[in-house]
Design a protein around this ligand. Structure first.
Ligand code: THU
Length: 138
């Protein structure tokens, strides 16, 4: 599913703006690539996330997972989220990495919208299941 910016519902536009705001707080001294995410919960509250890098590289946390993990740590339940937006300075709307797709598939419903954007104003919308068909589950 892909829809144009004009068709984006207002709450998704606001979510993208929140992701842009979160991006400003990225800690990305190694890649220089800042990413922001904004997760909408069941009460329409927004949880911000940014990428947080590390000198050992491996511990780096992507913006999407930062938003998801902090919302879970704040008491929100897996499957209760309404949407997530993610923004980076990419040619096309940024797409979540494989690790984040696995985490999205665990903590979000398969039909949950994932709104992807860049700094040029390009947007695309997909779903958790479209991002990772056949996700590993226990
Ligand atoms: N990154 C994210 O935060 N989200 C994505 O969807 C793609 C990649 C981060 C990880 C790392 O800090 C930097 O972008 C470069 O890969």
């Amino acid at each position: 599913m892909e829809i144009t910016s004009q068709q984006l519902p207002e709450d998704w536009k606001r979510l993208l703006e929140a992701a842009l705001d979160a991006r400003r707080r990225a800690y990305a001294p190694y890649s220089g690539f800042s990413v922001g995410a904004a997760l909408l919960d069941e009460q329409d509250a927004v949880h911000h996330g940014c990428n947080v890098e590390n000198a050992a590289y491996g511990p780096t946390n992507c913006a999407e997972r930062t938003a998801l993990f902090r919302a879970v740590a704040d008491g929100h339940k897996a499957g209760s989220f309404k949407a997530i937006a993610v923004v980076g300075d990419t040619e096309q709307p940024i797409t979540p990495c494989g690790v984040c797709r696995q985490v999205l598939s665990e903590l979000c419903g398969p039909d949950m919208p994932v709104i992807m954007g860049n700094l040029r104003g390009d947007w695309a919308v997909t779903t958790v299941a479209e991002l990772l068909p056949g996700a590993f589950k226990l």
